[in-house]
Design a protein around this ligand. Structure first.
Ligand SMILES: NC(=O)c1ccc[n+]([C@@H]2O[C@H](COP(=O)([O-])OP(=O)(O)OC[C@H]3O[C@@H](n4cnc5c(N)ncnc54)[C@H](OP(=O)(O)O)[C@@H]3O)[C@@H](O)[C@H]2O)c1
Length: 436
């Protein structure tokens, strides 16, 4: 059941910015569903975006999909444009939390974060903009915001929490869950993601394709940003986790597998750094992989990957990629996005394989003597699991403020929610965590 304990006098607990986008529309539905778990009107929310007409259409659609005619009249609309700072300020002043679904974040994200920090609204996004294949680089928007706004957000008591969608809540919270379940000191963990599209097939909306294109195109800039943080390397405890190859057959998931190219590895690493610095925890070494399938899928991936790498480096190539997502991704991305039927039959599964040292054994001496396997599984990644994760993260802020980090700031989900009941909340809403 939803309950809201915030004492804020702002008119809306949640404002969904970018509600008219492909993902935004499903976040609207998830907020409406979640709000109806509690007494009517206890969760106050509004939709925001640059077109009132589109926002009205989204509410109309949500009203008919959910059978809730009241959404047409009871949900407020805020018109705000990333290009107009005053409109962002007006939006942020009305919200306890802004759920920002306007991407690609590298282009549109910073003004929204800035307005939130300046006007006292917490900010959650669903950025999963990828890193390049080197595990050393960071996710530019997410870490850029940390660099630019952490101190000011801390001063103002504002929480800016990035990657609260499928990227990277299942992975980041999955690592914390596995660590919690391990009887002793967990030192190394690998995750293997598999996606089952079901009989209807599936695809990802063009918005994510564009984020990927510009993310990869800019990956060279990420190294210099990381240098500005001047991080010391994380201490590596226990046997060093070996990096797997660029393509290998995984016995764990019985299929060909590649390193996961999204934000998960760098988000998990930032969380581990926070836990070491804040609580002197033992850091967990982490490797993230994604299943590709059989040899036919590998050939397709190699072919599409080569063309992608070639084109993404040049502006005319990027234009081509942006114009023809379906063609260049072999149907994995499309301008129309997946249908509702496709989403219903799709699911994801993260299998975590960890090792460490049982209680009383010194992790700095000898080899790990204990293993663990856990699962995080749930519905379709992009437009079902992402809204669930985002909305449950928001409810956690509203209800468990005492369990968040002492001061505001820019955090990963794991850093922000490590002491909260987010995992239980996700579990209740269809993203399940278990030990096998
Ligand atoms: N983490 C995850 O797993 C996950 C899952 C899904 C999506 N995402 C990310 O979410 C983002 C959105 O994806 P999508 O597929 O929903 O994209 P989309 O359909 O293109 O939606 C983009 C939204 O941004 C709005 N927008 C664009 N420019 C704006 C401006 N100047 N001012 C205000 N609003 C503006 C658009 O408004 P209009 O409708 O008025 O054009 C639209 O609402 C992407 O970055 C994607 O990678 C992440």
């Amino acid at each position: 059941m939803v309950s809201v304990h915030t004492s804020s006098s702002r008119p809306f607990h949640l404002v969904i910015f970018g509600a008219s986008g492909f993902t935004g529309q499903f976040v609207v539905e998830e907020v409406a569903r979640t709000a109806s778990e509690g007494p009517r009107g206890s969760l106050k929310w509004a939709v925001a975006g640059r077109s009132r007409q589109k926002l009205e259409q989204v509410l109309e659609q949500a009203a008919s999909v959910l059978g809730k005619p009241e959404l047409r009249t009871e949900v407020d609309i805020i018109v705000a444009d990333v290009e107009e700072p005053d409109s962002l300020a007006a939006m942020c002043k009305q919200a306890v939390i802004v759920l920002n679904c306007v991407g690609p974040y590298r282009f549109f994200g910073e003004p929204v974060v800035k307005a939130c920090v300046e006007h006292g609204a917490h900010h959650l996004d669903i950025c999963g903009e990828p890193q390049c294949s080197s595990p050393r680089v960071c996710v530019q928007f997410l870490e850029g915001m940390q660099f630019n706004y952490h101190n000011l957000a801390a001063e103002r008591g504002v929480y800016i929490i990035g990657s609260c969608g499928f990227d990277s809540i299942p992975a980041d919270m999955g690592v914390l869950y596995t660590r919690e379940q391990f009887k002793g000191t967990l030192t190394a963990l690998e995750s293997f993601l598999t996606v089952d599209s079901g009989p209807e097939g599936g695809c990802i909306h063009d918005g994510t394709w564009q984020s990927a294109i510009y993310g990869f195109a800019d990956s060279h800039k990420l190294q210099s940003l990381r240098r500005k943080f001047d991080y010391k390397p994380l201490p590596s405890v226990g046997t060093k986790l070996k990096r797997r190859g660029a393509l290998f057959y995984s016995n764990e998931i019985q299929q060909y597998t590649v390193p996961f190219m999204g934000s998960d590895p760098s988000v998990v690493k930032r969380t581990q750094r926070f836990l070491v610095e804040e609580y002197q925890d033992t850091p967990v070494q982490y490797g993230a992989y994604a299943g590709v399938g059989g040899i036919g899928s590998v050939i397709k991936l190699l072919f599409a990957g080569m063309i992608f790498w070639l084109l993404v480096k040049f502006s005319f190539g990027r234009n081509l990629l942006v114009k023809h997502p379906e063609f260049f991704s072999f149907g994995l991305f499309s301008k129309a996005g997946p249908t509702r039927k496709q989403m219903e039959s799709s699911s994801f599964r993260f299998a975590f394989y960890g090792e460490g040292y049982t209680e009383g054994l010194d992790p700095t001496q000898g080899k790990p003597n204990c293993k663990i396997c856990t699962l995080v599984q749930g519905p379709e990644c992009g437009y079902v699991a992402t809204p669930i994760a985002l909305v449950q993260a928001a409810l956690t802020i509203l209800n468990e403020s005492a369990a968040l980090p002492k001061s505001g700031g820019v955090y990963t989900p794991g850093a922000a929610f490590v002491k909260t009941t987010l995992i239980k909340r996700l579990d209740k809403h269809g993203i399940q965590f278990s030990v096998i």
